[in-house]
Design a protein around this ligand. Structure first.
Ligand code: AVJ
Length: 320
């Protein structure tokens, strides 16, 4: 494990700040502790949650083309790598093309999950890429972060799949894409997955699955607060709400109070009345030209786009 990262801000501090704000809100980065990362992995297997399935198929179907665009010897940097499943498709395609990726540098806020994922990836790719340097970095990439020096000739490409750029409002997304450009450096590129604007019913279904996995993922914020932020949330007194705002072109997720109640967090008391909500996530959707324009404002040049026949999800290849 590399030690270059500053410590993450604490959940208790951020929760107190978010519950004191108006409107109340919380950063979606807090979803991903052990339990939350496992719940997210389950979301990715749900029938209604098309992004993972569609993006994985796009990667598999176009892997050779994508690998060619990325170049023969790049080190792949993946912010928010999670279980590091999708990158394997790319690494295998590079190997098939006779290339040697210089390395893989996954960054994730969930340290234990990341280390397990890195071990799993090494084992999985052992036959085809036995010497691949895998350098996991447990860090919150939303905070100031210095990456270790690049390997080989220093060419880097970023990989940011899954549509997580949608978690950021447009000006925040531009700022993050600027930071990615700094990490990756000149001559590099970025392969980024972006969920597309589509039929609101389809979007609604993806964030309101009948088995309640997404609800459990959302409510894990309160379970986690009870575990590690000295809170006493009654999980039964809250419900999951997710809806599409067609004007802002985004899904919003909230936790909504079922009744009047008081909650204590780290020695502070918060009052809620029935129907009060805490905004826990935005998931912005983009048209293809809409995202290209946004990336352009962060200094990236759109080069290629791969999408599925239904137009559900897009993979953008950008260069700087
Ligand atoms: C990981 C941010 C891409 O917005 O679809 C899934 C997270 N939230 N279901 C998304 C999520 C609820 C996901 N991202």
């Amino acid at each position: 494990m590399h030690a270059a990262a500053p410590p993450a801000s604490s959940y208790a501090d951020d929760l107190v700040a978010g519950l004191s704000a108006s409107p109340r809100r919380l950063s979606p980065k807090w979803f991903y502790d052990e339990a939350g990362s496992a719940l997210f992995d389950r979301i990715c297997t749900l029938d209604a949650y098309y992004p993972t399935r569609v993006e994985t198929a796009l990667l598999a179907d176009h892997a050779d083309e994508i690998a060619a665009a990325m170049g023969p010897d790049a080190e792949i940097v993946e912010p928010g790598a999670g279980s590091a499943r999708k990158v394997r498709v790319l690494l295998r395609a590079m190997q098939r093309g006779g290339w040697r990726p210089a390395g893989y540098l996954p960054v994730d806020i969930s340290g234990t999950h990341l280390l397990a994922a890195a071990d799993d990836l090494r084992a999985d790719l052992h036959e085809v890429l036995p010497d691949l340097p895998v350098r996991p970095l447990a860090a919150d990439f939303l905070r100031p972060l210095v990456l270790p020096a690049p390997l080989a000739d220093g060419r880097r490409v970023g990989f940011y799949p899954g549509g997580s750029i949608g978690n950021f409002e447009h000006d925040e997304a531009i700022a993050l894409l600027h930071r990615f450009a700094d990490w990756i450096g000149p001559g590099g590129g970025l392969l980024i997955g972006v969920d597309r604007v589509k039929d609101p019913a389809r979007l609604h279904a993806a964030y309101n699955d009948p088995d309640g996995v997404t609800a459990a993922f959302n409510l894990n914020l309160w379970a986690r607060a009870n575990r590690e932020a000295g809170a006493d949330f009654d999980l039964g007194a809250w419900h999951h709400a997710a809806f599409y705002d067609p004007l802002r072109q985004r899904i919003e997720m909230h936790l909504v109070s079922r009744r009047d109640q008081q909650v204590h967090v780290a020695g502070r008391t918060f009052d809620f009345i029935e129907g009060d909500s805490v905004h826990t996530e935005n998931s912005c959707k983009y048209t293809v030209p809409g995202f290209q324009a946004l990336a352009g404002r962060a200094g990236w040049q759109p080069q290629r786009v791969w999408s599925d026949p239904e137009g559900l999800f897009s993979l953008h290849w950008l260069t700087n």
